[in-house]
Every structure is written in C-alpha cells, then in structure tokens.
Design a protein around this ligand. Structure first.
Ligand code: PLP
Length: 367
C-alpha cells in the first residue's frame, strides 16, 4: 500500500456540503474578485485568530512582502533578518519588497530562529525581524519582541505553517502588528490553489494593506501608491470558509498522530525528535535521522513518501547569495538540513498508517 506524505481527500470529503453551499452562492452572485466570500472569510478568520482584522492576499509570500511594504520597509539600505531554515518563499517575500535579506541561525533543538543570534547579527540598518513558526511551532515571541524593541525594528511573524497557534495562550497578534499566513493546499488551513492573509489588530495597517494588495487603488481605477496585484480570490474563500470551522479539530488530530509517532520512535536508534512545545500545531512531523537519504530511499521503495523541509538553508541557495554568508557561517541550520526528514502526516490519518511508517523506520535501523 502506498502512503503519501499528505492526503487532502478526507478533509475535502468531511466539508463537502459547506463548500458546495459557498460555491453555489458564488455562482449565483458571479462576483469573482473582492466580493462577499472574501469579506465573510476575512471576518471569520480574524475572529478565529482572536484578532481585529484579517486581510486576504494572493499567497503567503505576498503576505510577507505586503507587510514590509505597509511598514514602509522597501529600501536596499533597510535590512530584514529571518531564519536560514525556512521555505525559500520567506526570503522571496523579503527581497520582493526591495529590502536587504539578512539571515541568522536556528536553535539546534527546536530548529526555530534563535532570537539571540538574530539580535547579535542585527545592526543600525535592521528595520524588521521575521521569525518563522516553523513546522507549526511558535517562536519565543517574548524574546523577539524584546530584540525588536531594542532595535526599533518591526516584528513580522511568518505564521505560514502555524494556523491556529498561540504563544503562551495569547493570540499571535498580541505580540506584533503583522502575522502572515499561507493557505497553500497542504497547510493546516489550506485552499485549493494559492492564498494568504495578513492578520493584525491595527485599523491603519488594514487600510494600507487593502490598498497595497489591489494595485495601490482605493476601490476605483486610480493607483494612489505603488501596490501589487495580490488578492485572495472568491473561489478559494468558498473552501477556506468551509475548512475554517474544522481547523481546531484537524489540529487536534495532527497532535494525536504526532504523539503516536513520538511514542513509537522514542527508543529508535538513529532517530532524534525535533523538540516541540504543547503549543505547536504540528504542521509537519520532523525528526533528525542518521543516514537520512538512505532512510528516505528505503521508505520510498516500500511506497512511503517523505519530505525534507528544507534540504538547504537559505544562505546556501543560489537565489540568496546576496546574504553574504558562506558554508559554515550558520552551522546549526546547515547541520539540520543534512539530517531532517518529514514523515507522513495529515488530519484523519489512520493510526495504523503511522504505526506502519514507524515500524518501517525502526526496521531500517535494525530495531
Ligand atoms: C514558512 C513559510 N513561509 C512562507 C511561505 C510562502 O507561502 P506561499 O506558498 O503561500 O507563498 C510558506 C509556504 O510555502 C512557508 O512554509
């Protein structure tokens, strides 16, 4: 039997009546961009995040770019620090805004951006910090808030993998004015194409983002500022509105599978769990694995798909040479990229599937 890395079908099946109803409303109205489905979803998502406003945009990458543009951080003399261990899209969002990308190392146990290292690498030109809630686990937002205050820098959270997460039980927006989300299909809350949002408590930021995402217009045909074209479309909102009420249940299901993997792989030689807190929403289940590539080949031959998030840190990706860093400069992120592997995980994944995966992993290490 084949085991995919992710299976979206059970979530689609479980919500079919709701998304069909929204699609029906959309086709009756025939208004496909910036319509009722988006404004409805924005209200519902803001409320789910315990925040005042959500602004739907085209992608998570654009959410980061637009947050920087809204904060007027767009110049090559303005530096933005993020984690070396993240999706390349975090870096792309930063460079697309026109500012300079700087990278810092991760904590070797959690693989989250290390606030102290980010602070040490910051300087007079540091205009923003972008911690990434990698694999669904929130960064230490108290530490980042402290570093950002000292530097007079803006704190922009990359929560593209952390829908539903809170930090110390408080909403993410209580720590910074910009929280960025992606609705790429495999995310904890995903649509059936590309989508994203910025969540904030500030009405002024909302107003600016609504203009920037829509070509700099204010509803008419005149561009007031140089914006971009990045709107969350109505069709995607039909699915997002159907999936959102299930987010907490799906996150709880991910947590159950992650705990099961933890228990099954606890004593497995060759496997070290990446440390997570109870506040992780378990977007991915990631372990460090000895002979990682061999393990992946072995599992693949048995029909078990795995992923690597990510095979190279940003400073070693050709697109980000401008970071000025070389191999050896961010040792924790570099080592992690050689060792990490993401095991299959999705809501409604049968327990037997996780057990089969864990058995095969143990078999590989001779256990
Ligand atoms: C951590 C992180 N940041 C940013 C992004 C960008 O999101 P999107 O693919 O919606 O542009 C992603 C998703 O790929 C991500 O995982």
């Amino acid at each position: 039997m084949q085991i995919p890395a992710v299976n979206l079908k059970p979530c689609l099946d479980a919500t079919e009546p709701a998304w069909r109803q929204h699609l029906g409303e959309l086709f009756a109205r025939m208004h496909f961009i910036l319509g009722d489905q988006l404004s409805g979803f924005e209200k519902e998502y803001a409320s789910a995040c315990s925040a005042r406003h959500a602004i739907g945009v085209g992608t998570g990458t654009a959410a980061i770019e637009l947050s920087l543009r809204a904060a007027r951080i767009t110049g090559p003399n303005q530096e933005v620090i993020t984690s070396a261990l993240t999706a390349p899209f975090t870096g792309i969002g930063i460079v697309s805004a026109g500012c300079r990308l700087r990278l810092a190392d991760v904590d070797p146990e959690t693989l989250l951006l290390d606030a102290a290292d980010a602070g040490n690498r910051a300087g007079k030109r540091t205009a923003a910090l972008v911690p990434v809630h990698l694999y669904g686990q929130p960064c230490d937002l108290n530490a980042f808030r402290g570093v950002a205050r000292t530097l007079h820098a803006v704190l922009i959270q990359d929560a593209c993998q952390a829908h539903g997460a809170r930090f110390h039980r408080r909403p993410l927006t209580s720590y910074s004015p910009f929280v960025c989300y992606s609705f790429y299909p495999t995310k904890n809350l995903g649509c059936l194409g590309d989508g994203g949002a910025v969540v904030t408590n500030q009405a002024g930021i909302r107003k600016r983002l609504m203009m920037l995402r829509d070509g700099g217009r204010r509803g008419g045909q005149v561009a007031m500022v140089r914006g971009i074209n990045s709107r969350l479309d109505e069709m995607q909102c039909c699915y997002l509105r159907a999936f959102l009420p299930k987010l907490a249940e799906w996150n709880a299901d991910r947590a159950r599978t992650a705990s099961l993997y933890d228990a099954l792989l606890k004593d497995c030689d060759g496997i070290t769990r990446v440390r997570t807190s109870a506040e992780s929403v378990n977007h991915l289940y990631v372990v460090r694995a000895a002979r990682r590539n061999r393990l992946r080949e072995y599992l693949s031959k048995l029909g078990i798909a795995t992923g690597v998030h990510y095979p190279a840190p940003l400073h070693l990706m050709p697109a980000f040479r401008e970071s000025g860093l070389r191999r050896g400069d961010l040792p924790h992120a570099e080592k992690a990229c050689r060792e990490i592997v993401s095991l299959p995980l999705w809501p409604y994944m049968p327990q037997q599937t996780a057990m089969r995966v864990a058995e095969r992993v143990k078999e590989f290490y001779g256990g």
